[in-house]
Design a binder for this molecule. Structure first.
Ligand SMILES: C[S@@+](CC[C@H](N)C(=O)[O-])C[C@H]1O[C@@H](n2cnc3c(N)ncnc32)[C@H](O)[C@@H]1O
Length: 322
């Protein structure tokens, strides 16, 4: 639990709760009943999810997501303990049925430059581990990278710092969209939307506002959603596309949830698909424990190349000079 504390960076409430939970045998007993990964994420998200349902509970006053002028976290311990023990069965059920499926559309600030590196500009887009499909709306967002702008008249404009080499911005046409996920999230389902909301740290108002706006946008798009393990579903999904249509296959913060054998299998499917159509593979992930930042990897068929790095939630992107 204490190791997980580094993830609480940016949340004074969760940083305090890490100490509260790790020093309390009863709370540790509850967290140890959560089998999905990662139990601390799921415990905190389950509590916030239940509070969002019943904001009258006294614990809500410590949550900046629920109280206008939240109380400082120093006194939260006994209130959190009471809430968890009172709602133990509901929390464990949520932790063992839901997943960490954080869907951050601002990652598109790092995905877009890799999309623009493709040798074609009209393509079908496949997202592996799409969650609610927010990144499949990549061409519907606007982008403000310091002085470089792309479609800033869009309903939702993503802002980020640009570092490193420039990338030529040009128009793209997404002719179809497919989202593959073990457990896809329906962006129009109220409980599913609340779960994505609950996965965001209580203090992160900007991320929460962006999520809500992106969910509205994506629920208006025509996306084919395929449930199941992407290593099983990707071949059929590619076979079903119009022959010869170029495809971009992307993934962000998904491969870390795959075993090494699953990753190899997935990339072999991508290689096989190249016999039938142009395929541009892009990924954004921090697979190596020593990676502080997400690595941006592109493979146009000549082998994977790391073309840059980015903040995991898209605060900045750096494209390496070649
Ligand atoms: C951390 S979320 C990232 C979501 C999205 N790509 C983003 O960057 O915002 C990882 C997603 O991968 C999905 N996932 C994990 N293993 C999978 C698998 N074997 N096949 C398909 N989806 C999987 C999870 O259900 C989850 O929605």
């Amino acid at each position: 639990m204490r190791d997980w504390g580094k993830h609480a960076h940016g949340s004074p409430l969760y940083a305090t709760l890490v100490d509260v939970v790790s020093g309390d045998a009863e709370l540790m007993r509850v967290i140890n009943r959560i089998e999905h990964q990662l139990p601390p994420n799921l415990l905190f998200a389950a509590v916030q999810y239940l509070l969002m349902e019943d904001a009258d509970d006294d614990l809500s006053r410590f949550y900046p997501s629920l109280a206008m002028d939240a109380d400082p976290p120093e006194e939260v311990g006994p209130h959190f303990r009471r809430f968890v023990l009172e709602h133990e069965e509901a929390i464990v059920e949520i932790g063992n049925t839901r997943y960490t499926q954080t869907n951050e559309c601002r990652r598109c600030i790092a995905l877009l430059p890799m999309v623009l590196m493709a040798p074609f500009d009209s393509f079908h887009l496949v997202d592996i581990g799409a969650s609610a499909g927010l990144n499949l709306a990549i061409d519907h967002y606007g982008y403000r990278y310091d002085v470089v702008h792309w479609h800033t008249d869009a309903r939702l404009v993503l802002e980020a710092e640009w570092r490193g080499a420039p990338v030529a911005l040009h128009e793209i046409e997404v002719v179809g969209r497919t989202g593959l996920d073990l457990s896809p999230i329906d962006p129009s389902d109220e409980g599913a939307r609340r779960w994505l909301d609950a996965l965001i740290w209580p203090e992160h108002h900007e991320r929460r506002a962006r999520l809500r706006s992106a969910l509205e946008l994506v629920s208006t798009l025509d996306i084919e959603v395929v449930a199941g393990d992407a290593t099983d579903t990707l071949p059929g999904c590619l076979d079903a596309l119009v022959p010869g249509v170029p495809v971009i296959i992307m993934s962000s913060f998904t491969l870390g949830q795959f075993s090494p054998a699953q990753r190899d299998h997935l990339e072999a499917v991508v290689t096989d698909a190249r016999a039938h159509r142009p395929v541009h593979r892009i990924s954004m992930d921090a697979l190596d424990k020593s990676d502080d930042w997400a690595q941006l990897v592109v493979d146009d068929g000549s082998g994977p190349r790391t073309v840059g790095q980015a903040h995991p939630h898209g605060e900045w992107v750096e494209i390496y000079r070649s």
